[in-house]
Design a protein around this ligand. Sequence first.
Ligand SMILES: Nc1ncnc2c1ncn2[C@@H]1O[C@H](COP(=O)(O)OP(=O)(O)OP(=O)(O)O)[C@@H](O)[C@H]1O
Ligand SMILES: [Mn+2]
Length: 505
Amino acid sequence: MLISILNPAANGFNEAGARDRLYKAAGGHLIAPRFLVDKSSWATSNFSSADYQFHDEPARGHKINNVEESVRRKFLFKEKPHLEVDYSKGYINKAFTPRRRDGELFTHEIYQMTPAQLIYHINAYRHKARRAGKRMNIFDDSAVKERGNTLKNWELWYLNISQYEIYRHDDPIIDKLLHNLAMLPVTDSKQLSGGTQLKLKLTYSDDLNGLWKPMRFTRDTETLINHYYFSDYERHTAEIAAFHLDRVFGFRRSPPISGRILNITADIKRYASDRFRKTMFYSPVGNLCFYGKCSYYCDSNHAICGHPDWIEGSVAAFLPEDDFAPREHRRNPWRRSYSRYRKAVWETEPDYCDGVKQTPPFNSGRVLIDLIDLHIFDFIQGNMDRHHYEVYDFPEDWKNDTIPVLLDNGRGWGKMYRDEISILVPLQQCCQVRYSTLQKLILFDEGPYKLSKLLDYSTSKDPLYPILVGGHLPAVDRRVKIILKELQKCISDHGWKKVVIDDGF
Ligand SMILES: Nc1ncnc2c1ncn2[C@@H]1O[C@H](COP(=O)(O)OP(=O)(O)OP(=O)(O)O)[C@@H](O)[C@H]1O
Ligand SMILES: [Mn+2]
């Protein structure tokens, strides 16, 4: 008995299951993360967990029918007054107040919408007016004609990857693909060489490939404050949350990513090379563990263990192989130094952006405002690890007129109560933002649903829901406000015209 108390695993205790039960017992409401928080990791910021809990959140599925309700909700969220975006000052008022002529994003109807409808609405926004991007055309027409309706889900997805989006806003295949990633039998798995942490390339019964990253610890475990971002563990939930954040924003720059539970014996050990198999062992309580080969945390002290051999992870659908559609790794000008002793130039040089603005490819087209979108996305998830980003350099005539593909988000969502302002430095230094991104931020702040609500709804489709627990959801609403505050400062300093760039996207 004593042993089973001291050692939860011996008791068949399953932390994820316990959390689910807790969650359900609370009627699906988020529970205060009091018992999870290590106060030593709190930031010097003014926030405390108590201010950002959901209090009387309407039950899930509750439909908000009128504006009053949304105002009432504002009080329920107990926002700190000093964080309020000031929508009332002079021309900033004009700039920040959603107007009818701003297009279809702010309509009367959004107050009648369910979260699902609003997410669809954000994704459909401007798709008619926008320049249509060219498709990748990785299958030639004859192959498509020949196989017609026998194309697999992932092939249908590939057909619609285009210059400006990884999937179409109305493509019904994406939800099917997410389901495939979670459910189809695995027919092969290989440890992927390269990269810092252990990951597997899965093959499914329909030949779809996926990049799988394991769960290392529970969802409420926060990053150790003395860990640098480059040695931080990756989180499977961070990968899943990033896909949903990208989708809620209507960017559609991330491949589909889903939760996936594997059986270590049947899905990993069976296909493992001898070398990999040698890193497998049974833990003292009989769980099957492995650690593989990689440059961080691939040793027996950092093994990944099953329960007893089931394990959660995230899986990203593989983008088309490099032979068809090569991607180019681009260095992020605001990358961190990845040294414990040196600072990066942008950290000490306030005019750093002026130089970047004159340097190709950032001196023309969409590249710079895409990068600012990317840092807004990273700020919301607290991801400091954006050293490179990837773009398709195919077909050649896309040149720089294409999106950054959002991959490798495993190091986000490490901190609930600390907002890493330095991720916003490109925005602060360049003082530019894409118009539609600004509109979406205002919508998330003001609209019928907070970003947290939309994100929680979107992730609820994942088999491993809840993905974001404790303070993570309230954190995204706080961060939206911080971004809006920064933009408001930019607009006061430089004027609307210089700051807000409307490129039709
Ligand atoms: N969905 C995907 N489809 C195809 N390739 C992918 C996909 N996701 C990631 N990759 C590729 O796999 C490689 C490793 O992935 P990822 O960056 O997520 O892992 P990592 O361990 O963090 O690597 P690194 O340490 O180099 O940042 C990257 O080079 C990336 O281009
Ligand atoms: Mn990485």
